[in-house]
Design a protein around this ligand. Structure first.
Ligand SMILES: *Cc1c(COP(=O)(O)O)cnc(C)c1O
Length: 365
């Protein structure tokens, strides 16, 4: 099958879906990442057959042999995107083609086969359609989709696998932070880095997260919510948080964010905010910014706001920064005006409550 052939997903309905009443109770208070829908999408890949056997099937445990390569050498990539309930009862995705493209690029970096972008988008549409009753409509709620690809050859050799399993699972989620957007406190990691030039920093792979957990644990011990990583070469420039990109807002209303360049994950929220901010007439620079400069500017008042962004939490103000050599507050410690305006603008587009000048919504039904 090539990338241009529409692929029909065979649909096997779950014989025992969650009862409507129980589902409604879950949707009223879904939390984040612990309850899942009734179905999943799967596609198999082998070197001989290419992509084949595309299915929507009941969600169930995967049977993996203990020697399956992904368990040993972490040949795995993933994506994260959301389906939103529209005011008319329909549902929309936000820029799924951008996720499909990034998934393909991550695959190239991890020596995995590239899933055709069309097939990625179709898999997500098919799952959202099948599990349409699982899309919550509460404030800040959505259906989070997690496509991933694992190497599933049974073999303990260090080389790219010859077979793979692609899978999409879905979970209803509520607002990442309850009660709007309190600010987060972040920890500057002097000990650990996330990504080095030539490494896997711009690929969305599980291994990056595995390597970041010890820093996240350090942050928690220090009373912080998240880690901010510095560049691995000079240990001076801000890169990003463990799973979110970062923006700075200055007193003249301009914005700045670290430039992509191999070590930073190219966030779709990051890209969308740059586009919307420029559309609103704001200046956005993609330029390196050092941790020392950040502290100096926060103290002098030249820097007014800072926020983290990503699909899961959308836009989250950074209120305080701590580290072995740093300790400073930002603005009044809450959401600044520019942060709030950008956040609202993006959410209105995602929920179908505002015009969509860039054609980012992709209606499922
Ligand atoms: C997924 C991710 C982001 C955010 O990307 P979005 O496309 O905006 O969700 C940022 N940093 C890392 C390390 C990520 O894995």
């Amino acid at each position: 099958m090539d990338g241009t052939t529409p692929q029909m997903f065979a649909i096997e309905k779950s014989p025992n879906p969650v009862a409507a009443e129980a589902r409604e109770a879950i949707l009223a208070n879904p939390g984040f990442g612990r309850v899942f829908t009734d179905h999943m999408a799967t596609i198999r890949y082998t070197d001989e057959r290419g992509w084949h056997d595309a299915k929507i099937e009941p969600r169930r445990p995967l049977a993996v042999d203990p020697a399956t390569t992904v368990l040993h050498y972490a040949q795995e990539i993933f994506e994260g995107l959301k389906a939103y309930r529209l005011p008319d009862g329909g549902a929309t995705l936000f820029r799924p083609l951008a996720n499909a493209r990034r998934f393909r690029k991550s695959a190239i970096r991890l020596a995995m086969p590239e899933l055709p972008e069309e097939l990625f988008v179709q898999s997500v549409h098919a799952l959202v359609s099948t599990d349409r009753d699982w899309i919550p409509s509460g404030d800040g709620a959505s259906l989070y989709l997690r496509p991933f690809l694992i190497a599933d050859e049974v073999f303990l050799g260090v080389k790219p696998s010859h077979s793979y399993l692609y899978c999409v699972i879905a979970c209803p989620v509520g607002a990442y932070f309850k009660g709007g957007a309190p600010s987060v406190t972040i920890w500057v990691s002097d000990t650990y880095t996330r990504a080095a030039p030539g490494g896997t920093g711009e690929a969305k792979c599980g291994g990056n997260y595995a390597a970041s957990l010890v820093a996240q644990a350090e942050a928690s011990r220090e009373g912080c919510d998240q880690v901010v990583f510095l560049d691995a070469v000079e240990r001076r420039y801000i890169e990003e948080l463990g799973g979110m990109n970062v923006f700075f807002v200055f007193e003249d209303g301009s914005l700045q964010t670290p430039p992509l360049g191999g070590t930073i994950l190219p966030g779709i929220t990051r890209d969308s905010l740059i586009t919307r901010a420029r559309g609103m007439g704001l200046t956005v620079r993609e330029e390196a910014y050092s941790i020392d400069q950040w502290q100096e500017d926060a103290r002098s008042g030249r820097l007014r706001e800072a926020f983290a962004c990503g699909t899961a939490a959308v836009v989250t103000p950074i209120g305080h920064v701590k580290g072995k050599r740093h300790n400073f507050a930002i603005g009044n410690g809450g959401a600044g005006d520019v942060t709030q305006r950008l956040k609202d603008a993006l959410i209105q587009i995602q929920l179908g409550l505002a015009d969509d000048p860039n054609g980012w919504r992709d209606r499922v039904f």
